[in-house]
Write a protein that binds this ligand. Structure first.
Ligand SMILES: Cc1cc2nc3c(=O)[nH]c(=O)nc-3n(C[C@H](O)[C@H](O)[C@H](O)COP(=O)(O)OP(=O)(O)OC[C@H]3O[C@@H](n4cnc5c(N)ncnc54)[C@H](O)[C@@H]3O)c2cc1C
Length: 558
């Protein structure tokens, strides 16, 4: 079944917040931007798959909400007077995942999406009630696997893991059927005329069957980007929806700019692959990267930012303004200013058979999805940074044993003290210093790992089937090809770091130096991990993403 889902108990406890009743005063405020409608018993307000669904507040009667599993209707709730319809996609322009119908003769207020957006932007009290309910309802759909997608896959397939990660990280509920574990799978495959060799297969809204699709195919089928207008010159195009890009989107959109975000995979970036972030201000008990990303996305969309999913920036055309960004879909996106927030990607271990085992024994993130694959087996974490420490302590909760492998003499110079202490206090974690992985072997799945102890020169072979590679990152700057100045490691130079770089003088007709966070290309900014000399942390990415919007305003005014 789908993973990364919230615990059902938590949702039961928060039912009152999930389905709150608005007071008379609150309903009166909604009524100012709504129209009344009377519904006959059985009349459908909106159906699964509908776009542009308004919010409805029940004044009289009862509205039942159901999820369709094939021809079966699963009850979700019955809204009584004072309650309202909708969930997280109410603000995202995505298709409805449920059907809503009048149970008896009912009277409702209908709030079209533009007015709903106005309400959540201008009425803090209603905004809090509505957004909290929407996020919790989406968590409910995730926990119940109540989406419009079935994934048929195998736990031995890397492509299946990648599809699950894409859906999970986009907060899209799905039902998972494993060909190795579920007897009903053959009849399901026969029903859609596909064979076992075609997995992973995605059945999209009960209509289309996608065999081993790309992220872009899945996004297209689920209508993730359907409502984003093309050919518009945006005030600011943010490239990358990690913490830095999402922060830029929230601040840009909340300050009235027309913001489009391009994201090649799913919102959250590297932080989205963190099981728990414990050093981000305001979350004393920590927050999972996925939850942080989903909240930030809702916040950006509340203010009207558009976020295009599975849309990669392939090339920047930097001859003049508007700048043109060529995307994976063959489309040109036009921008007056650009915020580059493409972050970094994990470095890969230099091992001959690495590609063969990626996703089937070698992983680059340690979230619930990967932890489920490990089940209770032993695992190896390679790396000595904070991400490695988090992965090890998280995996130790479910794995029989976790081995941390580092090339250095210890963790003190690379990992936060609190994580080192936690590792020392966890009995099923062993730290191996001055140790390197030298070989991987197995047939369809990783079966054995060889490592060498550099202190003794001894190589040993271990029957361990899961290895988490957390060995630092390289910047995602290939798509910029000669448009902006980079340092010797490929990170983007900005502001004072550009020093006397000739790039600015060549390109700029402006009688000023580059602004802080501005690249060598005028009105193009870089924030977060992709920027040279950035502190590689969630808080600094968020800080830079938000402050750069002040600079974008300045650039737009020139
Ligand atoms: C496992 C793990 C755990 C971590 N834990 C912590 C922690 O506890 N605390 C902490 O402070 N920091 C932590 N970090 C570091 C932190 O996550 C990063 O510093 C932060 O995510 C950087 O944010 P960013 O937005 O700059 O870049 P990223 O998070 O890297 O996001 C960049 C985004 O850009 C997208 N992208 C890339 N290229 C393109 C393109 N061409 N077109 C469109 N989109 C593109 C990517 O898909 C990605 O979503 C952790 C990192 C990892 C990997």
């Amino acid at each position: 079944m789908a993973t990364g889902s919230p615990a059902p108990d938590l949702l039961t406890a928060r039912r009152a917040q999930m389905f709150p009743t608005l007071s008379e005063a609150q309903i009166a405020r909604v009524a100012r931007v709504a129209k009344e409608r009377v519904l006959a018993p059985g009349e459908v307000l909106f159906d699964e798959g509908d776009y542009d669904v308004p919010m409805h507040v029940v004044l009289e009667g009862a509205i039942e909400v159901v999820h369709l599993r094939g021809s079966i209707e699963e009850p979700i709730t019955v809204h009584v007077p004072g309650e309202f319809t909708g969930e997280a996609n109410q603000l995202t322009d995505r298709r409805s995942l449920v059907r809503a119908r009048a149970k008896i003769r009912s009277r409702v207020l209908v709030v079209v999406r533009a007015n709903l957006r106005f309400l959540v932007q201008t009425d803090p009290e209603l905004s809090e009630i509505l957004l909290r309910a929407y996020i919790l309802r989406r968590m409910g759909l995730l926990a119940g696997h109540q989406g419009d997608v079935v994934v048929i896959g195998s736990r031995h397939s890397a492509a299946t893991l990648s599809m699950q990660e894409f859906l999970t990280r986009n907060g899209h509920p799905y039902r998972y059927v494993d060909v190795d574990a579920d007897d009903s799978v053959q009849s399901l495959l026969d029903g859609f005329h596909v064979g076992l060799a075609d997995v992973p297969v995605l059945i999209c809204r009960g209509e289309r069957v996608l065999k081993n699709p790309s992220n872009a195919d899945v996004a297209e089928c689920l209508g993730f980007n359907a409502s984003i207008e093309k050919g518009v010159i945006r005030d600011v195009v943010v490239v990358g929806a990690g913490p830095a890009g999402l922060a830029a989107a929230v601040y840009g959109a909340s300050e009235g700019l027309d913001v489009l975000v391009l994201e090649s995979s799913a919102p959250g970036g590297q932080a989205g692959s963190s099981s728990k972030i414990e050093n981000y201000l305001g979350f004393p008990t920590g927050i999972s990267g996925l939850a942080l990303a989903q909240r930030a996305l809702t916040q950006a969309e509340k203010f009207g930012a558009r976020v295009a999913i599975a849309r990669t920036a392939l090339k920047l055309h930097c001859e003049g303004i508007p700048y043109r960004i060529e995307t994976g879909g063959g489309e040109m996106v036009l921008a007056r200013t650009i915020v580059i927030a493409t972050g970094a990607e994990y470095r890969k271990l230099e091992l001959p058979d690495l590609a063969k085992f990626e996703g089937v024994g070698v992983y680059y993130g340690a979230t619930f999805v990967e932890a489920q694959r490990c089940s209770s087996e032993a695992a190896i974490v390679v790396g000595g940074g904070n991400s490695a420490g988090q992965a090890a302590t998280f995996l130790a909760q479910s794995s029989s044993h976790v081995h941390i492998l580092v090339r250095s003499d210890g963790l003190a110079s690379s990992m936060s003290r609190y994580l080192i202490r936690r590792i020392e206090e966890t009995p099923n974690i062993t730290l191996h210093t001055r140790t390197r992985v030298v070989a991987l072997s197995g047939s369809e799945h990783l079966e054995e790992v060889s490592w060498v102890d550099d202190a003794t020169g001894e190589t040993s072979v271990h029957p361990i089937r899961h290895i988490f590679s957390m060995t630092g990152a390289k910047p995602n700057t290939e798509w910029l090809e000669g448009c902006v100045a980079l340092d010797d490691k490929g990170f983007i130079l900005t502001g004072a770091d550009l020093g006397t770089h000739p790039g600015w003088a060549t390109r700029s007709s402006l009688a000023r130096s580059p602004l802080h966070l501005e690249t060598s290309l005028p009105k193009v900014f870089a924030v977060g991990d992709v920027r040279a000399n950035n502190v590689k942390r969630v808080a600094s990415a968020v800080g830079e993403g938000s402050t750069c919007i002040q600079l974008v305003h300045k650039a737009l005014a020139e």
